[in-house]
Write a protein that binds this ligand. Structure first.
Ligand SMILES: Cc1cc2nc3c(=O)[nH]c(=O)nc-3n(C[C@H](O)[C@H](O)[C@H](O)COP(=O)(O)OP(=O)(O)OC[C@H]3O[C@@H](n4cnc5c(N)ncnc54)[C@H](O)[C@@H]3O)c2cc1C
Length: 387
């Protein structure tokens, strides 16, 4: 596997073991059928508990059965999952960084004891409801609201583009608390079998097809007070979760790019035209050289990000730079790899076009490429350019 500047040499025993076991799992359990799932628009549901058993959901958290692995190990895990398919990595990212993380960081002891073990093992599935039909890049303008009622709250509103909502047991719903004069955003744990909750599936996606996406409609949904995340108010809640998930994406996208590179490099050695392998042509070598260089630069950025995160110096803007760069890199390189495969490149027999289509979602969710550009622009100049 491409590791041009031998970053693996600096991994700990545990990190190497996690990388290898994730790679083996993906190769034997997922890769053989992933193309078919992608075409059918299904997620391999039997993998959900298996991934839990393997420790793929938030292994970087501490306690409640989580092994508290290093941030590098967590990043490597995301990389191996996305080398197979962005949908597989999305499953682990949402469950770990967007559902378990906020419960771990902001939940009550009762919420942690009830949900973290079940979510960690894959016995329960969770989703993260922030985006609304009218508010995507600007979730601060969200309209979903909660009103105090009878020892709890009544929720109304709708969320869309929610990964896993149709297969979730619980949704973290971010909503405005109208019983507080400042109407701050609060996080609510909403079991999806509560009266008034519906989670329609969004069909006919042309990207991230091996991942289930849906809506969350909330019509007078009552939740008791103990379902509110007590440890956070305001946009800090959802945004801090996004920082965790974007960290995983910055690593994961490299996996997709690496898989495209490996496929294209092998193809260049195997495919003969004009009396020999296409890999002997300078035009093809230039593409491979560029691909390997861009992947290596992205790997270096991801490793640096892990070091900053580990010692508590990582800022959300650092994550924006890495998410923005590494996803764009993977999106660009998947297209070159597809091109190198000629006609075969447009089939599901090879991974590059599947990655290429998936990366359109990865480029868009968790802050679009444009939004991360604006985050960096503001950090560099002091001027916010969102409005
Ligand atoms: C498959 C999939 C899964 C998803 N999963 C989840 C999930 O689990 N939970 C969740 O809450 N959300 C999820 N999302 C939603 C995702 O985060 C949003 O799609 C994303 O934030 C963009 O919002 P939008 O689609 O409404 O686009 P818009 O915000 O309408 O943006 C449209 C275009 O305008 C640009 N734009 C917007 N504002 C500006 C500006 N100020 N300056 C310049 N350009 C601007 C954007 O970059 C984009 O190109 C998912 C999305 C997809 C596609």
């Amino acid at each position: 596997m491409l590791d041009y500047v031998n970053l693996e040499a600096d991994l700990t025993e545990e990190e190497r073991m996690i990388q290898e076991s994730a790679r083996d799992f993906v190769e034997s359990e997922v890769r053989p059928d992933i193309g078919e799932h992608w075409i059918e628009g299904t997620f391999p549901m039997d993998l959900i508990p298996e991934m839990g058993e393997m420790g793929f959901y938030a292994p970087n958290l501490e306690g409640y059965g989580s092994p508290n692995v290093s941030e590098t190990a967590y990043g490597l895990l995301m990389q191996e999952l996305e080398a197979c398919d962005s949908g597989l990595r999305s499953m682990a990212s949402v469950q770990g960084a967007l559902v378990m993380y906020p419960i771990h960081a902001f939940g009550s002891d009762a919420q942690k004891s009830e949900w973290l073990p079940k979510l960690g093992s894959g016995e329960a599935v969770g989703c993260f409801g922030l985006t609304e039909p009218e508010h995507g890049s600007n979730p601060t303008a969200m309209e979903t609201y909660a009103e105090a009622a009878d020892g709890g709250y009544v929720l109304n509103g709708s969320k869309t583009w929610i990964t896993n909502s149709p297969i979730s047991d619980v949704a973290i719903v971010w909503a405005r608390d109208r019983s507080d004069p400042e109407t701050p955003v609060r996080g609510f744990l909403v079991e999806t079998d509560r009266d008034g909750v519906s989670t329609n599936k969004i069909d006919e996606k042309l990207s991230l097809r091996a991942s289930i996406t849906g809506e969350i409609a909330l019509s007078d949904v009552y939740v008791p007070e103990e379902n509110v995340l007590p440890g956070v108010t305001g946009m800090k809640g959802p945004l801090s979760c996004l920082t965790q998930a974007r960290y995983g994406i910055a690593w994961g996208a490299i996996g997709a790019a690496r898989d495209c590179f490996e496929t294209a490099c092998q193809y260049a050695k195997d495919r003969d035209q004009f009396g020999g392998p296409i890999g002997r042509f300078q035009l093809q070598q230039r593409k491979l050289a560029e691909m390997a260089t861009q992947i290596t630069l992205a790997q270096l950025l991801a490793h640096r990000l892990a070091a900053l995160k580990e010692r508590g110096d990582m800022r959300p803007q650092h994550v924006s730079m890495a998410k923005r760069n590494n996803v764009r890199m993977a999106r660009d390189q998947s297209r070159i790899a597809r091109e190198m495969l000629g006609g075969n490149g447009i089939t599901a027999d090879y991974s590059p076009m599947r990655h290429m289509a998936n990366l359109e979602t990865v480029y868009t969710y968790e802050g679009t490429h444009d939004i991360h550009t604006l985050i960096l622009g503001e950090d560099l100049t002091g001027f916010a350019a969102y409005e």
